[in-house]
Design a protein around this ligand. Structure first.
Ligand code: FE2
Length: 179
């Protein structure tokens, strides 16, 4: 019977050559892990998203329609009601954020989870706004003030948002952002 792990079984600060029957397949087929820096603009610049917000794109996965980024709302503001058709996994990095639909306030380190089919209206009342790390999956339907449908935004919108900015600023799209 396999033993039960109750704590990390090794604390040795050394690479251990662990067995993997499929290492050759991983090496051949995996897109590979990577590190995307977010402290500087070297890996990914801030791309304006309206007058009071910007997005730092971190990852695009076209196979799963997933995309990761940091959303920066630069001061008190609102991102109007939108409907997620996929799962939202988000962590507040700085400032605070809430949705008009709920009574909680997200503060740094806290996890925000939204499941498919939920709509929400994002508000930050913090004087410095908020920075939100997000790993999102699936389309987001955006509506205007009168609930008129505007666009269904998904990984392709995020790639286009990033690459349009790169083109306009003479930047080469960073291959590390594409899984
Ligand atoms: Fe949202």
């Amino acid at each position: 019977m396999a033993s039960q792990m109750k704590a990390p079984p090794s604390s040795r600060r050394q690479i251990v050559d662990v067995p993997n029957n499929y290492k050759h397949l991983v090496e051949r087929l995996s897109p590979g892990g990577r590190y995307i820096d977010a402290q500087t603009d070297d890996d990914s610049p801030w791309v304006p998203f309206g007058d009071n917000a910007a997005i730092k794109h971190l990852a695009f996965d076209v196979r799963q329609n997933q995309y990761s980024n940091i959303l920066w709302v630069k001061g008190p503001g609102t991102i109007g009601t939108h409907l997620h058709r996929g799962t939202v996994t988000m962590v507040t990095l700085e400032g605070s954020v809430r949705y008009l639909e709920y009574d909680w306030v997200g503060t740094p380190g806290g996890l925000i989870l939204e499941t498919p089919g939920e709509s929400h209206t994002l508000v930050t009342d913090h004087p410095e706004g908020c920075k939100l790390f997000g790993w999102m999956q699936g389309p987001i339907e955006f509506y205007d003030e009168d609930a008129n449908f505007v666009e269904s935004v998904d990984v392709w919108w995020f790639i286009n948002h990033y690459e349009t900015h790169c083109r306009e600023h003479g930047l080469t799209p960073n291959p590390k952002l594409y899984l």
